[in-house]
Design a protein around this ligand. Structure first.
Ligand code: URA
Length: 273
């Protein structure tokens, strides 16, 4: 099922609740695309309720994506020597920046990581997605967003008429917080310089912040539910906060809002909807 199939289910459910039939016209009115509604009468599973703000929550599932060729080997475990690299002290070229990240021991997450998840995508991307931090699948492969949430992110990117290779994908922290907890302030502070440098190098036209944690650590704004769908700015770059795909997996009805946000991004980038 692609993002639109899932979205059409959401719209059908929404319509059923309000006594409105989710016709193709209703659907295309919302999405701006003429696509017939499938399974409008399909039974609907109950989505688990969850907290919207704070940690995105993870949906670590069996990873179906093979490991990238250049996965870092796990470093020896040593106690962290906390000293956050200031962005100006970090190398300004991709190769050296990646090399610095792969051996980073600036916070305690280095002790439990299997791989540093540096980020990937086009270095000239017009659009950058920023998530929270690696989960189990990402830690195992060294690649961002390859688990269940990543598969939904792929669908969201495809729904925007883009390929994953055309965008750049990174996280607030490059190492997995144990148990998929939210990164701590100290961990984010130790790592954010890498992300700032990545943004500086990619120079995207638009950044999409995935979830409340990315919003908190990049823009110091709390509350994704309130902030989503409204343009923000980071160093003259337009920023759109939206729901984290892991949240969307748990609360599929929120895909409707997420798609609204992504359409704003498409509009900003001049991508026809
Ligand atoms: N969740 C994130 O925030 N980032 C990933 O890379 C994977 C899951």
């Amino acid at each position: 099922m692609d993002f639109f199939d899932e979205l059409s289910e959401v719209i059908a459910r929404d319509g059923a609740r309000r006594g409105v039939r989710a016709t193709p016209e209703v659907w295309s009115d919302f999405t701006g695309r003429i696509v017939p509604v499938k399974n409008a009468a399909a039974p609907v599973g109950k989505s688990a309720s969850m907290e919207i703000t704070g940690a995105a929550g993870r949906a670590d599932a069996v990873n179906t994506v093979s490991a990238a060729a250049a996965v870092a080997t796990a470093p020896e475990i040593v106690p962290a020597a906390p000293s956050a690299p200031a962005v100006k002290e970090l190398p300004g070229d991709w190769e050296s920046l990646r090399a610095a990240a792969l051996v980073c021991r600036n916070c305690h997450l280095c002790a439990s990581r299997r791989n540093v998840v540096f980020g990937e995508g086009s270095c000239n991307a017009r659009l950058m997605f920023i998530g929270e931090g690696p989960g189990a699948d990402e830690d195992a492969t060294g690649r961002p967003f390859v688990g269940a949430a990543g598969q939904l992110l792929d669908k969201m990117i495809a729904a925007m008429h883009l390929a994953r290779e055309e965008v750049y994908i990174a996280n607030i922290v490059k190492c997995r917080p144990p148990g998929n907890r939210m990164p701590g302030e100290d961990e984010a502070a130790a790592c954010i310089g890498f992300l700032e440098k990545q943004i500086e190098l990619v120079k995207p036209e638009v950044i999409v912040l995935l979830g409340g944690t990315a919003l908190h650590f990049l823009l110091h704004i709390d509350g994704i539910t309130r902030a989503r769908g409204r343009w923000q700015e980071y160093k003259n770059i337009a920023v759109m906060p939206t729901f984290h795909p892991a949240f969307l997996l748990r609360k599929p009805d929120a895909k409707r809002e997420a798609w609204h946000d992504l359409k704003l991004v498409m509009n900003k980038l001049g991508i026809p909807i």
